[in-house]
Write a protein that binds this ligand. Structure first.
Ligand code: ZN
Length: 333
């Protein structure tokens, strides 16, 4: 073998060896196809939420505002809880009332109107407010409220035995059931517009809250104002709302109840005629009936009661200013 032949043989062997080594290192095409696709592609850009850092913040807590810290017997007051969220719930109880205290979403918070019955003794009472956000108890407050004494006059009324039989009849229990039904429904928004008006012009013959002895016995309180007016005088809705009761009852005679929303209702008794029916929407000043003397009545007059829920409150307070002003919204930030 010549040197040239030997060199050529060595070169062929060397190249063969090199090809074998390379085949071990570089995977075949079929092997590449087995590798998962994403490994061979460019990575997706990372979602920014994956790298966001935790931000700690103080939650905005509700703020409780009372319209006053002292309320006269027979008046009402408001609580406004500002800066609430949709998750917030208020559980309120008080020795002022056996009724549930209802809060309604209003503007940026929640509002409740609370009546102070003329039967409550002047004293310091308290309202417990527990404010929840979902399951968390955010606030637990006990807020005092003073009930201020108010002078109510006493009336001694003489009526015939037949008239007295009306007011002492067991049929008044049906009246109470009807009242309860008429006052159980209220809109969760104010239906009234601006100020309330006198439903009829005339002389006030019996004041709100007066203690009345009929034939010198069984004193009762007078739940509203008696306004004397000739039979047939139109009776206006004291404000806009929805009629929740329009029917003939025994002691109050022909009766209309209008819901003005947020638990505020007006009640009209002894009507000669009723011009509305349950479910009617009325505007402030609409004629809802005519003055009469039906039920327990000694002459034509309108008996007008204002209630917050089922509790009678002073019509004078309602006439004095729009209840929404009690929320003092203009002073809140
Ligand atoms: Zn009356």
């Amino acid at each position: 073998m010549t040197l040239k032949k030997t060199f050529r043989l060595c070169l062929i062997l060397f190249l063969g060896l090199l090809v074998m080594i390379l085949m071990q290192i570089v995977p075949s095409r079929s092997q590449v196809a087995d590798v998962p696709a994403q490994d061979t592609q460019t990575q997706q850009p990372m979602d920014p939420r994956e790298t966001r850092e935790i931000v700690r913040y103080e939650p905005v807590l509700p703020e409780v505002h009372f319209s006053t810290d002292g309320v006269a017997q027979g008046d009402f007051f408001a609580i406004y809880i500002d800066k609430t969220t949709l998750l917030d719930e208020v559980y309120a109880t008080s020795n002022l009332t056996k009724n549930r205290i209802r809060f309604y979403s209003f503007k940026e918070g929640m509002a409740a109107f609370i009546p102070v019955s003329y039967n409550l003794k002047p004293d310091i009472y308290s309202i417990s407010l527990r404010i929840f956000r979902d399951d968390l108890l955010l606030q637990d407050e006990n807020i005092p409220l003073t009930v201020i004494p108010k002078q109510f006059v006493t009336q001694y009324l003489k009526v015939t035995a037949a008239q007295n039989a009306i007011r002492t009849s067991d049929r008044q229990y049906d009246d109470w059931a009807a009242f309860a039904r008429g006052r159980a429904v209220t809109a969760p928004i104010p239906l009234w517009e601006e100020d309330f008006i006198m439903p009829v012009a005339g002389k006030i013959t019996t004041e709100f809250g007066l203690t009345r002895y009929v034939n010198n016995a069984n004193p009762t309180r007078h739940s509203g104002l008696d306004i004397a007016a000739p039979k047939g005088t139109p009776v206006k809705a004291t404000n806009s709302g929805r009629v929740t009761l329009a029917q003939s009852l025994y002691v109050p005679g022909n009766t209309v109840i209008i819901d003005h929303g947020l638990n505020i209702l007006s009640n009209y008794y002894h009507l000669d005629k009723i011009y509305v029916k349950e479910g009617d929407e009325v505007k402030k000043g609409d004629i809802i009936g005519a003055v009469g003397s039906t039920g327990f009545s000694t002459g034509p007059h309108l008996h007008w009661t204002m209630t917050v829920g089922t509790v009678s409150v002073s019509p004078w307070q309602i006439l004095e200013k729009n209840p929404l002003e009690l929320l003092n919204l203009s002073e809140l930030q």
